[in-house]
Design a binder for this molecule. Structure first.
Ligand code: TYF
Ligand code: FE
Length: 377
């Protein structure tokens, strides 16, 4: 059963020891950053804003910084035969290495979390250039993934010291209306969900928001359990999934088999107009999961009145769900690489703060159809 954790009204609010302003950037380690950067520009409408590599004096890697409104992606590749980046890519395929969090005080963020048990990824350090200074510090989360704390209040450059401004070289890749990161989902190993929820609670001061058990989300075949944690202001939300026993292989198990570790499964990106965003993404060749026609037969019965006409929702194969506070529209891409690992969710919230539980069955069946095509069900 879905359990919503009641807001605590009686207990006095204790000061947030890890105030977060939001997601600063998501960094991928990839096999070929130049080509990935082209894909995210041409297909997803990101703009190239900064670069670091041999031309800027960096000898071991190249990084492209892409931005669309408040979403920043960094694509990094290694120039060496063997490095942490090449090993990450060899093991996981292209994947998310860093979920960077924007903070006012990176040293304090590092101290508060490491004293509560976070495993350090790198000690705080300050870097500067003609645009000012930035302080960075890093801690590990699940798998090889890290959270980097980014303190940039004294910085006005295009990204970080060491990066130079670069503009887009893909004229056909205009923005598609993606605005901000809504949530980033982690897949963790069998039985490991609760320990990661506890990590976000104890080490990062997050609160448990929602629990989905296997009855909410088991289809005929696969199964999973999920808990959503949120920071104090709700700007940063991390659902954590673990596989559950089902008739056949769980979609989470398929991810773990190909990522060979816990890691980021999907990133949900907010749009204020999902119909125009998805129309444009489809036109550019982004592939989405699809639900059968029957999904739309009882849609209005299930969600009540929505502002959009059902025909346009159906034509784009969008999913709709309602909670106590409003409704949401969402759709999921197929994996964006050959391994069935990382994908995106495009989401428009019209009041709803939930995650689309009413769509889980249709969505997970759509995922399982793809799993079967890959021979992994
Ligand atoms: O983030 C969520 O909770 C929703 C639903 O493997 C979801 O987007 C949950 C698990 C999953 C795919 C989507
Ligand atoms: Fe999601």
């Amino acid at each position: 059963m879905e359990t919503l954790t009641p807001a605590t009204t009686a207990a006095p609010q204790t000061a947030d020891f890890l105030p977060l302003n939001g997601t600063d950037y998501l960094e991928f380690y990839v096999g070929n950053a130049k080509q990935s950067a082209y894909y995210y520009q041409a297909a997803f409408g990101f703009e190239l804003v900064a670069y670091s590599g041999p031309e800027t004096g960096v000898r071991d890697r190249a990084s492209y910084v892409l931005q669309q409104n408040k979403i920043r992606l960094v694509l990094t590749t290694s120039l060496l035969a063997d490095s942490d980046i090449t090993r990450h890519v060899a093991k996981h395929g292209d994947g998310v290495k860093v979920m960077a969090l924007w903070v006012d005080d990176a040293r304090k963020s590092f101290e508060e979390t490491t004293k509560r048990g976070a495993k350090p990824a790198f000690e705080p350090y300050t870097v500067s250039d003609e645009h000012g200074e930035v302080t960075l510090a890093g801690i590990y989360t699940y798998g090889e993934t890290i959270h980097t704390f980014v303190e940039r209040s004294k910085y006005s450059g295009p990204f970080l010291p060491g990066f130079v401004a670069r503009t887009s070289n893909v004229p056909q890749g205009a923005p598609v209306g993606l605005q901000v990161v809504d949530h980033c989902v982690g897949n963790v190993g069998w039985g490991e969900m609760n320990q990661w929820v506890k990590f976000y609670e104890d080490v990062m001061g997050f609160k448990l928001l929602i629990t989905f058990d296997d009855e909410d989300i088991s289809t005929e075949y696969s199964a999973l359990m999920s808990k959503v944690v949120s920071n104090g202001n709700g700007y940063v939300k991390f659902p954590i999934n673990e596989p559950a026993e089902g008739k056949k292989k769980s979609q989470i198990e398929e991810y773990l088999d190909f990522y060979h570790d816990a890691g980021v499964q999907h990133m949900a990106l907010i749009t204020h107009d999902i119909r125009s965003t998805v129309t444009e993404l489809r036109r550019r060749g982004v592939e989405f999961l699809s639900v059968p026609e029957t999904y739309y037969e009882d849609l209005i019965e299930r969600v009540g009145h929505i502002d959009e006409d059902i025909e346009s929702i159906k034509a784009l194969n969008l999913l709709v769900d309602r909670d106590e506070e409003g409704y949401l529209l969402q759709i999921f891409t197929k994996p964006v690489e050959d391994r069935p690992t990382v994908f995106y969710e495009i989401i428009q919230r019209k009041g709803a703060k939930s995650f689309g539980k009413g769509n889980f069955k249709a969505l997970f069946e759509a995922i399982e159809r793809e799993q079967a095509l890959r021979g992994n069900l």
